[in-house]
Ligand binder design. Structure first.
Ligand code: 13P
Length: 249
């Protein structure tokens, strides 16, 4: 069984005061959730968030990680630094990083390999642009992103990998992929993983989330689709009540 995982991606939002208020409200609201609940927060909030959610069922996540152990990489954060603060999950290769910060399939792969080697669970993002969707090129693009992200990843590590399918045209736009579109596209990604590893691991251990304007209103229908194992939530993760409704779809 693939346990659903709903992760909030706060992006560059929430001061320390906002973090305290949001998590204090969220903790009781999701205490009886069946899905795994994760909050991926800005670096500056990780310590405070970790203290607040100690002893609760909420897991801590970061929004990026560097591949090197340490050294002259101004502005970067290592896996060890994250682990020290209780971080369990880390988002890698979000389309905003690919689009605005020069993230490539190669750096996504390096970050993924380091995360797994150090004991962090990567949430690896893949997704196509509107143009790539409309031209039909998206299948090949998603297959290539998936394959390149996983180069060198051992089959035994697939249980610690989460893939997030986030169509760029659905992020922050209010336009969601239809349930069928999201399901069928995730099936393409899962089939690719099956061809790279084995059918059994793709079907039984690898969780693939949908992300892009997921909210309290559309979550139940998306989660009813057989291929969708959870969500990566932007806007709707910034309000405790909305996020708790998504987590408890
Ligand atoms: P929205 O939920 O705001 O569309 O953002 C999705 C996303 O990018 C999550 O990583």
């Amino acid at each position: 069984m693939r346990k659903p995982i709903i992760a909030g991606n706060w992006k560059m939002n929430n001061t320390m005061a906002d973090t305290k208020a949001l998590l204090t409200d969220l903790i009781p609201l999701v205490a009886d959730a069946n899905a795994e609940c994760v909050v991926c927060v800005p670096y500056t909030n990780i310590y405070a968030a970790g203290e607040l959610i100690k002893g609760t069922n909420i897991k801590l996540g970061a929004e990026n990680v560097h591949w090197a152990d340490k050294g002259a990489f101004t502005g970067e954060i290592s896996a060890e630094m994250l682990l020290e603060l209780g971080v369990e999950y880390v988002i890698i290769g979000h389309s905003e990083r690919r689009q605005f910060f020069g993230e490539t399939d190669e750096t996504v792969n390096k970050r993924t390999l380091t995360s797994l080697a150090k004991g962090l669970k990567p949430i690896v993002c893949v997704g196509e642009s509107l143009e790539e969707r409309q031209s039909g090129a998206y299948t090949a693009i998603l297959e290539a992103q998936t394959e390149k992200a996983l180069v060198g990843v051992d089959k035994t590590d697939l249980c610690n990998v989460v893939i997030a399918y986030e169509p760029i045209w659905a992020i922050g736009t209010g336009v969601t992929a239809t349930n069928q579109e999201a399901n069928d596209t995730i099936a393409i990604i899962r089939n690719k993983v099956a061809s790279l590893y084995c059918r059994d691991c793709a079907d039984n251990v690898l969780r693939i989330q949908y992300g892009g304007s997921m909210n309290p209103k559309n979550v139940a229908d998306l989660m009813a689709m057989p291929e969708i194992d959870g969500g990566l939530i932007g806007g709707a993760s910034l309000k405790a009540e909305d996020f708790s409704k998504v987590v408890k779809y």
